[in-house]
Design a protein around this ligand. Structure first.
Ligand SMILES: [Zn+2]
Length: 359
C-alpha cells in the first residue's frame, strides 16, 4: 500500500480501483514524464450513484512528494469499501496524483516549480505581495552553488533552531510568494495544468452535489504520525462548531494559534466552492507529521537550491531529492504507516456518517 515510486503507487491504486469495481477515468499529463520517460497520469476513481447529493472527495499528490501517504490512504479506502453499498445518496471520488510530475520526480512543486497549493488565486487581480515570504526565503537560500554556501545555510538553520526562531521563519514562508519563479513556495503567475484539471474535475464530479466533504492529504507538518485536519476557507471560521460536531481532533483552522499550518494563499481546496456554489462544502487538508520542522525546512531549501544549480543526475541533486522524500515520507516506518491509515479511516468514517445522516 505504501509505495516507493509514483509508478508503484499508481499501479497499486489502479489495482484497488479494479478490485473495488469503481469507475475509472484517466487523464494523461501532457507536460512531462518520469526520469525514464514513463508517461504520467491523473487517475480518478468514483463509486456510488453519479448524481448522488452527498460526495466525499479525496485528493492525493497536490504536493507531489507528499503523494505517497495520500495514495496509501486512498488505496486503503478502496480496499475497505469493496463490500460496501453506497446506495443512491452518497458518492466517493478519489483523485489520485493531481500533481503527477512532482510525485513522479520527487518534488513537492510541479513541473514549473509552482506550489500547487498556492496556485488557486484569482489571477485577474494583481498578484499578492508577500514580502515576508520573499525575505524569509532569501535569508535561507544559499547564495550560490558552492558547498561553502550550502554549509552556511546549514549553520543558519541550526541557529534558527537554537534561538527558537525556526517556527517564525516557517510561518513567514508558508503563505507563499508570487515573485521569484525559481524560489520556495512560489504560487505561479497563471493557473497551472493541474489547477485547470482540478477545476474541470470538480465541475464534472460535483455538479449534482448538495453536500461535499473534501479531504486533501498532505505531509510534513506537526508531530510524527499525527494527522491534523486543517480547514482553510475563511468562511469556515464561522462553522467551527459544525466541524467540531462532525470530526474528532486534532482539527484546526489554518492560521489559528493552535494550528500546525499558517494561513496559506491560494490553496487547492479553496477552489471547490467556486466550482459548485450551490453546494455546502467542508474542505480540509489532512496533514500528517513526519519529522522535526527544521528537517523539513532544510530539505525544502536544499532541494530548491540543488534544482537551481545542478542538472538532473548530479549527485547533490539526487541527494537533495532523497532528503526531500525522507522529510515528507516516513518510508518503511510501520508504526507511522499504521498511524496514518488509522487517522485517515477515522476521518473518512466521520465524513461518511455526517453525509449519510444529512439527507
Ligand atoms: Zn503539503
Amino acid at each position: 500500500m505504501f509505495a516507493s515510486t509514483y509508478l508503484q503507487a499508481r499501479d497499486a491504486f489502479l489495482k484497488a480501483v479494479s478490485i473495488a469495481d469503481a469507475r475509472l477515468e484517466t487523464i494523461a499529463f501532457p507536460n512531462g514524464s518520469t526520469k525514464n520517460g514513463d508517461d504520467l497520469f491523473v487517475d480518478i476513481a468514483s463509486i456510488g450513484s453519479k448524481s448522488a447529493p452527498n460526495v466525499i472527495l479525496c485528493i492525493s499528490g497536490t504536493h507531489g512528494v507528499e503523494g505517497f501517504a495520500g495514495s496509501a490512504c486512498q488505496i486503503d479506502i478502496l480496499e475497505r469499501l469493496i463490500d460496501e453499498d453506497f446506495g443512491s445518496d452518497l458518492k466517493l471520488v478519489l483523485i489520485h496524483s493531481i500533481n503527477p510530475f512532482g510525485f513522479a520526480n520527487g518534488r513537492r512543486v510541479n513541473e514549473d516549480n509552482i506550489d500547487l497549493n498556492r496556485n488557486f488565486i484569482d489571477f485577474s487581480q494583481p498578484l499578492p505581495d508577500n514580502d515576508r515570504a520573499i525575505q524569509a526565503a532569501a535569508n535561507l537560500m544559499p547564495i550560490n552553488g558552492t558547498l561553502e554556501a550550502y554549509h552556511k545555510t546549514e549553520k543558519y538553520i541550526q541557529l534558527l533552531l537554537d534561538t527558537n526562531k525556526i517556527y517564525q521563519v516557517a510561518s513567514d514562508l508558508q503563505p507563499g510568494q508570487f515573485q521569484d519563479e525559481a524560489g520556495l513556495f512560489y504560487g505561479g503567475r497563471e493557473p497551472s495544468w493541474s489547477h485547470e484539471t482540478f477545476r474541470k474535475l470538480c465541475s464534472k464530479y460535483l455538479s449534482d452535489a448538495k453536500n461535499i466533504v473534501a479531504i486533501d492529504y498532505h505531509t510534513g507538518l506537526g508531530e510524527t504520525g499525527v494527522g491534523e485536519l486543517i480547514f482553510v476557507s475563511p468562511h469556515q471560521r464561522e462553522v467551527t462548531k459544525k466541524i467540531e460536531s462532525i470530526f474528532t481532533g486534532p482539527l484546526s483552522i489554518a492560521g489559528a494559534e493552535d494550528s500546525v499550518s499558517s494561513e496559506v494563499t491560494g490553496p487547492l481546496i479553496s477552489s471547490i466552492a467556486d466550482e459548485v456554489p450551490q453546494s455546502d462544502v467542508l474542505a480540509a487538508a489532512l496533514e500528517f507529521g513526519t519529522c522535526p520542522l527544521q528537517d523539513v525546512v532544510w530539505a525544502l531549501v536544499i532541494e530548491n537550491w540543488a534544482t537551481r544549480y545542478f542538472s538532473e543526475g548530479h549527485p547533490l541533486l539526487i541527494d537533495a531529492r532523497a532528503q526531500l522524500k525522507k522529510a515528507f515520507y516516513c518510508e518503511g516506518n510501520e508504526h507511522w504507516q499504521r498511524a496514518i491509515i488509522g487517522r485517515s479511516e477515522q476521518v473518512f468514517e466521520e465524513a461518511k456518517n455526517y453525509l449519510m445522516n444529512n439527507t
